[in-house]
Structures are given as C-alpha cells and as structure tokens.
Design a protein around this ligand. Sequence first.
Ligand SMILES: *[C@@H]1O[C@H](CO)[C@@H](O)[C@H](O)[C@H]1NC(C)=O
Ligand SMILES: *[C@@H]1O[C@H](CO)[C@@H](O)[C@H](O)[C@H]1NC(C)=O
Ligand SMILES: *[C@@H]1O[C@H](CO)[C@@H](O)[C@H](O)[C@H]1NC(C)=O
Length: 125
Amino acid sequence: MIRPIFLTLVVAVYTASALQCRIVATGNLSIPDTSPVQECAIGSLSCLKVVDYTRGTYTKQCQTMNCTMNGLANSVANCQNTSAFGVSGATCCCYGDGCNSAPKTGIATVIGSSLVLAALMKVIA
Ligand SMILES: *[C@@H]1O[C@H](CO)[C@@H](O)[C@H](O)[C@H]1NC(C)=O
Ligand SMILES: *[C@@H]1O[C@H](CO)[C@@H](O)[C@H](O)[C@H]1NC(C)=O
Ligand SMILES: *[C@@H]1O[C@H](CO)[C@@H](O)[C@H](O)[C@H]1NC(C)=O
C-alpha cells in the first residue's frame, strides 16, 4: 500500500520539471505498447493518444495544449470516439507523465481525472 503512494509522489515531482509522454509514430493495436516515456518539448501540457480502429493503429505524442472536449479548451482528461470519412477512432488526452499508456503509471491520473469529471458533472447537473 505504501508503494503506490510513493510512486505517485515521484510522478508528481517529475511533472514539475518537464512533461513526459509515450511517443509512438505508428503503433499496432494488437501489439502491446512497450515504448518508453520520453521527455516532451518545453511547453507541452498534455499527452495525446489517437486510435484508428479501422486500420488497427495508434499514435502517441505530446501536445502543447491543454485537453479539449467538445471543442472546449482546457478541459479535464478525456477520451472521445470519432467517426469521420469511414474511419472510426478515438482521441484520448490526459495530463501527467506517461499517462497516455494503459497500465500502471496512468492509474492515479485516470482516477484523479474521473473524480474531477464527476465533480464537474455535479456542478453542471
Ligand atoms: C498488427 O499486428 C498483427 C499481428 O502481428 C498483424 O496481423 C497486423 O497486420 C498488424 N497490423 C498493422 C496495421 O500493422
Ligand atoms: C492550461 O490549463 C492551465 C490550468 O487550467 C492554465 O493555467 C493554462 O493557462 C492553460 N494553458 C493553455 C495554453 O491553454
Ligand atoms: C468508443 O469506441 C470503442 C470501440 O469501438 C467502444 O468500445 C467504446 O465503448 C466507445 N466509447 C464511447 C464513449 O462511445
């Protein structure tokens, strides 16, 4: 129980220097992503993952913007399905080092974002 907390602290400290995201030019959805987290350019604010379900590929990158949702800037981390020109995909945006990966490091961020989102929805509703 102590280890996850420690990890979270370490991640939080790293965030203060420079954001790190997984960076993959083109990945295959049927092969697990083993790419390392890499340092983003100065000014990067969020990590992005774009999935193309039609081709079975994805890309991961840093983004020099906050996340957007339904055209709104500066939103919480989110995943949105997209469907255009016969291509179905998803765009996921998140904050925090290595958050654009499924396992481990992202969990604290995902839970945190869900809480923020839940709180936000209460405010809106
Ligand atoms: C992804 O990997 C699978 C299994 O190795 C392969 O059959 C498929 O063609 C690959 N897809 C792409 C888009 O490279
Ligand atoms: C990103 O969000 C943070 C926190 O809400 C805000 O302070 C900052 O100005 C935003 N940056 C951009 C480029 O929108
Ligand atoms: C997005 O698409 C995926 C794959 O088709 C599906 O599993 C998921 O439920 C969809 N999510 C939303 C919010 O529509």
